[in-house]
Design a protein around this ligand. Structure first.
Ligand code: NAD
Ligand code: UGA
Length: 479
């Protein structure tokens, strides 16, 4: 008999744990869910009365949190109690690339997964289903199983046993709630059929049966890495073609539209941009590369590594184009950067192309004014690893002549941030950047003034009519 699930514990209250459990709490009102985290500040933010204080921004999230929080959804740091009382435990902790030691730069750092598994082994009671929600290297379930086995064989504990399942998450940031409510598929990997059925019953509250796939555990782990690798590969492919467009007179938007009409290729994920960012594409591909290298599959490893290499090259290429167009130097020039998040509708900046491009421009001595509707100045400071040196509000502030500097500007509506700017660089496709009054902005800038649109969001006629020079990614006619 499959086990009825009355209590869930989710370890890790991040971009995946938070939204995923919020949706389960909404769709399964009879299940009590405890989300736990070691980060007290994050938990406090999840519990903040003012819902705009939630630690992550996702459209639709705060509406769900307002309905279920403290009813059947609870955020806390009570690790022991939450694990003890759970029938099912999701592990949703971070799995970044290892920064040192064996496999540094490619392999996933599993120390947080290991710690979570040890906590589960220590505190769990009775039969507990442990679900890998984090994205993990193939065969990680074996590591978890081994740690849990030590608890099963501990004679001081009664009747304790575990089933380990893989249930990778495919949500995208910015559309997480919609993705969770309407998933393309729910993947459940494992060898304990009853545990798999228990987990599938939770999803069946809102997902149709045909979308729930059962596989073996290793296929499930590998399918997640492969899915991200394929998606990232499409972006590197289209971005590489944008460079060819620029030298041949072709237009990347037209090329994308033309190839996307082929039903075998499909039209999604063909938007050329400043290079893929986000916490997962790079790390998951490098994880795949590490796996291939480990098994001596050098050609396979090289193939996937090139997807990441093209992405880095592409970001450097964009930085260089900006400098070249501004007469070979941006030193002491004010440049307005619109967008710092790795994509629109999220406050996440992890691996954002904006970080690399801004750093390259700062190295060239540019003075950047950065605006993003959801990213804070303190986050930008962490990412750029440079203190903000000047402040627009301070009339006496002077621009540094030798090295670049940056400042954060919250407000673009009064257009003051464009005063005396030599160029505007669009790096994230936020809606508000599509509605700017270019005629008014042009009046405030130093001419010849440039707009660099890496996201293809501006109206080219409006820019031309405003008397601004425009560079768009993959626009061969304009170059
Ligand atoms: P995150 O960094 O936002 O959240 C992870 C949380 O886990 C942090 O708050 C951290 O404090 C907490 N944590 C770490 N160790 C802990 C422990 N031992 N006990 C309790 N809490 C602990 O990460 P994320 O973006 O939510 O990603 C989590 C996993 O999901 C990763 O493996 C990632 O690859 C995968 N994933 C992420 C996304 C995404 O869009 N972000 C999508 C699909 C899959
Ligand atoms: C990605 C996957 O889409 C999710 O399925 C997966 O669950 C998740 O990674 C994960 O494992 O973390 P996410 O990183 O949130 O989701 O965002 P995407 O929409 O995939 O965008 C990734 C990057 O590619 C962004 O920088 C985005 O701007 C860029 N992109 C995307 C393009 O440049 N062009 C496109 O056509 C699409």
């Amino acid at each position: 008999m499959d086990k009825p699930i009355k209590q869930i514990c989710c370890i890790g209250a991040g971009y995946v744990g938070g939204p995923t459990m919020a949706v389960i709490s909404l769709k399964c009102p009879d299940i009590k869910i405890n989300i736990i985290d070691v980060n007290q500040e994050r938990i406090d933010a999840w519990n903040s009365e003012d819902l705009s204080g939630l630690p992550i921004y996702e459209p639709g999230l705060k509406e769900i949190i307002s309905k279920t929080r403290n009813k059947n959804l609870f955020f806390s740091t009570k690790i022991k109690e939450s694990i003890e009382s759970a029938d099912m435990i999701f592990i949703s902790v971070n799995t970044p690339t290892k920064s040192k030691g064996l496999g540094a730069g490619k392999a996933s750092d599993l120390k947080w997964v290991e710690k979570s598994s040890r906590d589960v082994a220590r505190f769990a009671k009775g039969h507990t289903i442990v679900v890998e929600k984090s994205t993990l290297p193939v065969r990680t379930a074996e590591v978890i199983q081994e740690i849990l086995k030590s608890a099963e064989s501990d004679s001081s504990k009664d009747n304790i046993n575990f089933s380990v399942l893989s249930n990778p998450e495919f949500l995208s940031e910015g559309s997480a709630i919609n993705d969770l409510l309407n998933p393309d598929r729910v993947l459940i990997g494992g060898d304990d059929k009853e545990a798999m059925i228990s987990l599938s019953k939770i999803y069946k509250n809102w997902v149709t049966e045909d979308k729930i796939l059962f596989t073996n555990i290793w296929s499930s782990e590998l399918a997640k890495l492969t899915s991200n690798a394929f998606l990232a590969q499409r972006i590197s492919s289209i971005n590489s073609i944008s460079a060819i467009c620029e030298v041949t007179g072709a237009d990347i938007r037209e090329v994308s539209r033309a190839i996307g009409k082929d039903s075998r290729i499909g039209s999604k994920f063909l938007d050329s941009g400043p290079g893929f960012g986000g916490s997962c594409f790079k790390k998951d591909i490098l994880n795949l590369v590490y796996l291939a290298e480990y098994f001596g599959l050098t050609e396979v490893a090289n193939f996937w590594e090139s997807v990441v290499e093209i992405n880095s090259w592409h970001q450097k290429r964009i930085s260089e184009i900006i400098v070249k167009k501004l007469f070979g130097t941006v030193a002491n020039k004010k440049l307005v950067v619109l967008g710092f998040a790795f994509k629109a509708n999220t406050n996440d900046t992890r691996e954002s192309a904006a970080i690399t491009i801004c750093r390259n421009l700062l190295n060239e001595g540019a003075n950047l004014v950065i605006n993003d509707p959801k990213v804070s100045a303190s986050q930008i400071e962490i990412d750029l690893k440079i203190n903000s040196k000047i402040s627009l509000d301070n009339e006496n502030s002077s621009l540094n002549e030798e090295s670049g500097s940056w400042e954060h500007s919250k407000n673009i509506s009064n257009l003051e941030i464009f005063n005396d700017a030599y160029a505007i660089i669009i790096l994230t496709e936020w809606e508000e950047f599509k509605k700017l009054n270019w005629k008014e902005i042009a009046k405030k800038m130093v001419h010849p003034a440039w707009v660099f649109d890496s996201r293809s969001i501006v109206d080219t006629d409006e820019i031309r009519d405003a008397g601004l020079s425009l560079w768009r990614l993959g626009d061969g006619l304009r170059d």
